[in-house]
Design a binder for this molecule. Structure first.
Ligand code: UDP
Length: 432
């Protein structure tokens, strides 16, 4: 039986950790799947977060300078050394995301066959992304298989945006694997209304009365109950590109039904070791919420589950997505957006930005609503308001959209498909 290692830089937090978890549960008679998480390095993660933003086309900081580059290479060497104390060079390896990429040439040198799966990027490639890909390409060892979440995210190396040409120009095999969800997990399994209600009450939300003893693994900022009112939800890391502050602003400036609530849910800021921006983004959202007039502020709730309590976090995300009248994903850029698939699985109407991998999940008007411009607060508010109004009026239009969304995920976006595609990838690596 072959052994395959999935290597990434954080044990929990974000879609990648979620996906690797599902891949490592795969019951494949041919491959045993194992996981290696690279060491924590806060200084390096500042550098790799810059790379993350730049691959999304955002000019947030420079490429690594020579000292940072050397530090990254040392990090890669140390992690390869550590990795090879448990792994055999005959094993197959899938590295995930830029943090681990400099391990590729070192592993290749040791004879390891490997792929690099990049979960981020933008369809709107520009000079910043081009320069960043140019920098990262030095780590693409010979024969490295490159895996992206959507054809739109394959780097157009010469910046010409022509996918066919881009693929042809790659000296590397390129595969597309869309991320998926595992319907059997606590985050996605069906919940009864009572379970939803109890979970939200335990988290300091939900029906009366607010639980006096809040579960310590969830920090909640809330001044009122959700009761039976319409609820708008966005679940995301506290990352500037998820634009939680923009969702808050959209909610506050709109004339959404005065009974509607907004819940923003993101991991407690210390939860994700390789994301140094979370505390700052969360603090900014708290500040903006504090500035709202009390009648609006009372209807804005912030929920931060600690990710090391995996059970509470999964149950809370599940309950919130099921309780939502509408789920929003107003990302300014997005690699894929697993939260969209999760909400679609729960048959929620989703209003999302047409960025990154989101259009490969939502067919506008059929399985959800897409907004062309993620910064268009009025457009978002109008779409969200429309869904809320129709749902409250029981028109059935958006219930059908939710059912379409669920069927689409059932057909194409569950982990069975992703596991199958990985088996094909492992076979490709074995033949290389
Ligand atoms: N998530 C979570 N708790 C939170 C916020 C997010 O478990 O408080 C999960 C969410 O359910 C999803 C993942 O983190 O599974 C986010 O993945 P996505 O692809 O949407 O974005 P990423 O964080 O990878 O950019």
């Amino acid at each position: 039986m072959g052994v395959v290692w999935h290597v990434n830089s954080t044990a929990r937090g974000g879609g990648v950790a979620e996906i690797i978890g599902a891949l490592c549960q795969a019951d494949d008679p041919r491959y045993r799947t194992r996981r290696f998480v690279t060491s924590e390095d806060p200084a390096l993660f500042e550098v790799t977060k810059r790379i993350h933003h730049r691959l999304h086309g955002v000019p947030a900081g420079e490429l690594p300078d020579s000292a940072e580059h050397d530090a990254w290479c040392r990090y890669a060497r140390a992690n390869v050394k550590e990795f090879l104390t448990s792994a055999d060079p005959k094993d197959l390896v899938v590295l995930h995301d830029p943090q681990t990429l400099p391990m590729a040439p070192l592993l290749a040198e040791a004879g390891v066959r490997l792929a690099w799966r990049c979960h981020i990027g933008t369809a709107g490639q520009n000079a910043v992304t081009a320069a960043t890909w140019d920098y990262l390409r030095q780590f693409w060892s010979e024969g490295l298989v490159l895996v992206f979440s959507s054809p739109a995210l394959v780097p157009a190396l010469d910046h010409d945006h022509d996918l066919a040409l881009a693929l042809e120009k790659h000296d590397h095999p390129v595969r597309i694997i869309r991320p998926s969800i595992d319907p059997g997990t606590l985050k996605n399994r069906p919940l009864s209304d009572d379970e939803v209600s109890k979970t939200l009450t335990d988290a300091g939300l939900g029906t009366r009365p607010i639980s006096p003893a809040l579960d310590s693994s969830v920090v909640t900022v809330s001044e009122s109950d959700l009761g039976t009112d319409p609820v708008i939800v966005q679940v995301s890391r506290w990352d500037p590109l998820k634009d939680m502050a923009g969702v808050l602003e959209m909610f506050a400036s709109s004339d959404l039904p005065s009974r509607a609530h907004l819940v923003l849910c993101g991991p407690s800021p210390q939860s994700i070791s390789d994301d140094p921006e979370a505390a700052g983004v969360y603090a900014e959202v708290v500040r903006r919420r504090d500035r709202l007039v009390s009648a609006v502020r009372r209807r804005v709730h912030l929920v931060c589950p600690a990710l090391d309590d995996t059970r509470t976090n999964a149950l809370l995300v599940n309950a919130l997505q099921r309780r939502a009248t509408v789920v929003v994903q107003k990302s300014l850029e997005e690699g894929f957006g697993l939260t969209v698939t999760e909400a679609m699985w729960k048959a929620r109407p989703v209003v999302a930005a047409r960025v990154g991998g989101i259009p490969s999940q939502i067919e506008h008007g059929v399985t959800g609503l897409l907004l062309d411009d993620p910064r268009d607060l009025d457009g978002f508010a109008a779409a969200v308001g429309d869904v809320v109004g129709e749902v409250v009026a029981h028109s059935g239009q958006y219930a059908q959209m939710g059912r379409n969304a669920h069927e689409f995920v059932d057909r194409e976006m569950t982990s069975h498909r992703e596991i199958r595609e990985h088996t094909d990838l492992y076979r490709l690596l074995e033949g290389s």
